[in-house]
Design a protein around this ligand. Sequence first.
Ligand code: SF4
Ligand code: SF4
Length: 505
Amino acid sequence: MARISDLGVEIKTGHDIRQAPEGLLNQGFEAVFIGSGFQKDAALDIEGIQSKGVYAALDLLEKVRRGIPVDLGHKALVIGGGDTAMDAAGVSKRLTGQPATIVYRRTLAEMPASPEEREATFEEGTQLLELASPMRVISENGHVVGLECIKNKLGEPGPDGRRRPVPVQGSEFVIPTDSIILAIGQEPDLYFMQTSQVLRTKNGAISGGAIGGESGIKGVYAGGDAVINPDSIISACADGENAAEAICKQLGVEFDTLPFKPAGINEDQIRINKNARVIKQTLQKPAFQPLSARAGFDLLERTYSEAQAKREAERCLQCASYCDKCVEVCPNRANLTYFVPAIQINLPVIVYKNNKAEIVRNEILKVTQTRQIVHIDDLCNECGNCDTFCVHAGKPYREKPRLFFDENVYNKESDNAYFVEKIGSTWSIRSRVATEERELKLEQGLITFETPRVKSSFSLPDFDLTHLVVTGPFDGEESLVEAGEMFVLVQGLIKSMPYLPYRGN
Ligand code: SF4
Ligand code: SF4
C-alpha cells in the first residue's frame, strides 16, 4: 500500500460505494476500474433459512476475525464442501468446543476443498455427512433446532466432470443442531452496479474484462475475480496490468513497463539445470500445528524457516525459461526444441467498410520466450506420453504448432497445421485454421500474407504494413496477428532447424 501511495495515489477507505461507475465518469473521472472481488456468500433458498442461528460462512469468518462475538451453541452444521466450508468447520470447533459436522451433497472424493484443507479439518475430528442435501431449516421460537436433509446417490457426471447428486425420494431425515453455517459458494457483491449499463454474465460477474479490462462502457474497466470468477492472485495482477495499459492508451499516456526483455537462459545453464533435474529433491512443506496447539485462531500451517525457504527455492527448475519435457518423453522424436526471434510488434485488426479494408485497432504480438517447441506430426503415433508428462494441462501433440512434411496429409487437416517449403529464394509457410488456409511468404526483407479475405504486405525489420487489400466483403474483424505468428514460426524453423526436409530446400 505504501509503495502505491508513494506514487501519489490517493486511497480512500471506509466509504460505501453508492453509485454506478458511470456516475464517476460524469463527475470527471476519465476511467474507472472495478476490482471488487467475489466476496459475497451465495444464498440458499430453502424454508426456514432466515431463522436465528443460520450464518453465512464469509460473514461469520469476518465477524470472528474482527473479534465480534458469535454464538453457535454447542453443535454446528456446515453446509458445503469447499475451502470456505473447511475454514468454517475449524472456526466452529474453536467457538463451540465440539467438532462440527459438514453436510455435503456429493462424497469426499468430489469435494472441491484442497487436500491440505481437508486433511487439517478432518484430523481435528470434524464429521462428514456425505450424499446429503439440505431441504428445510427447522426452528423453534425463531431459532434453528435442526436441519432436514434428503439422501442422494451419485448420477451421471455434470459438465465439470463430477458426478451429480440425485435425491433419493422418501429418504428425508433430520439432524438436530444449534446452528448452521452456509458455505455453498460465493458471488460478486456488485450492489452498486444496479443502475449500470456495464455488461454482466449469467452468474452476475462483470463481462468482457478479458481484453484490457474494458467492460462494455467506454472508460469503465474491470478485472480480477469480479470478472473471471474466483481465480489466482496472479490472474488478478495480470488483469490489473492489462487494464492499466488500456487506460493509459485511452488517455494517451505512455505505458511505462519494465523494458522488453526476452526470457531465456543460455545453453550452459540449461545443461546444468538438466543435470540437477535428474536428482530427486523432495518438496519441503512447513509442518501443520500439532493438534494439541490448535485451540486458538493462529495459522494452522507454519511458515518456512529461512533455511527451508532457501532450500525450497533451490528446487526451481526454471520451467518458465525452458521445460522440454515433451521433447524428452517422446519415443518418436516428434517434439523438437527450436529457437525463435524475440519480438514485440503491432499488427492491424481490420474490418470491411465502404468497399475497402479499414484498420480498427492494433494487436500486440509479444514473444519473449525464445525457446519453443514444434510438433512434427508425420512422426507422431499419438501415444499420449507428452500429454501425460506435460507440466501444464497441455496436450503438446495437439496444441504445439503441428508441422507436416506430407502435403497430402496437411491438406486434410482442419486446424493448427503448417506446411513449409522453399520456392526459388522465397520461403513459404501455409497454415490451416478452421478449415481455411493462410499463406505467408518471406523474401528479402518483404513479407506477403494472404487469407481468404485479405492480401497484405509488410516490410522488415519493423513489420510495417505496406499494402492491404480485401478480396471482397466479409463480416466481423480480421486480425493480421497471425502473420506475425507465422513469421516467428518460419524464421525459427529455417534458422534453428535448417536440416528438416522442407520441400524445395
Ligand atoms: S503423442 Fe506423439 S508427440 Fe506425444 S509423445 Fe507420443 S509420439 Fe511423441
Ligand atoms: S508443452 Fe508441456 S511438456 Fe512441452 S515444453 Fe511446454 S510445458 Fe513442457
